[in-house]
Each structure stands twice: as structure tokens, then as C-alpha cells.
Design a protein around this ligand. Structure first.
Ligand SMILES: [Zn+2]
Length: 70
């Protein structure tokens, strides 16, 4: 299992280690969410005082990778 520390920071351009919600590390309220691990984290929004993204809430994995159902 992947364990992410509360203080772990991920820089823009880095791949998100897990799916979930991320917030900028400056606490000014910018958010980013992805439902797939490995998604490249976007640049911080213009005017953001942060330097990277922090994992705010990890979404539980849905088990096996989803096959194209539906
Ligand atoms: Zn921000």
C-alpha cells in the first residue's frame, strides 16, 4: 500500500502518487483533484503563494483497475 505523509509536498509536473484531493501548500485555498493516480499535477494557479501541492484527502482505491465497463 502507498502511504503518504501528512506533510508530503508534490511539485507541479510531478505525478500524483495517489488519487484524491490536493491543496496548495500555502493554504490559500487552491485545490486540485484527480481520480487517477499518476495524473500529472498542474502548475499552481496564478497568484498562488504556494510552491506545491499537498494531499488533503486520499480517495480509497476502487480495487482492481477499472475495465471499460458501461
Ligand atoms: Zn494557493
Amino acid at each position: 500500500m502507498t502511504t503518504i505523509g501528512e506533510n508530503a509536498m508534490f511539485t507541479p509536473g510531478q505525478k500524483a502518487p495517489v488519487s484524491g484531493f490536493y491543496t496548495c501548500d500555502s493554504g490559500c485555498g487552491h485545490r486540485f483533484s484527480t481520480n487517477v493516480a499518476g495524473h500529472v499535477l498542474p502548475p499552481l494557479p496564478e497568484g498562488c503563494a504556494g510552491r506545491g501541492w499537498r494531499l488533503a484527502e486520499q480517495r480509497p482505491s476502487s480495487g482492481d483497475e477499472a475495465a471499460g465497463r458501461g
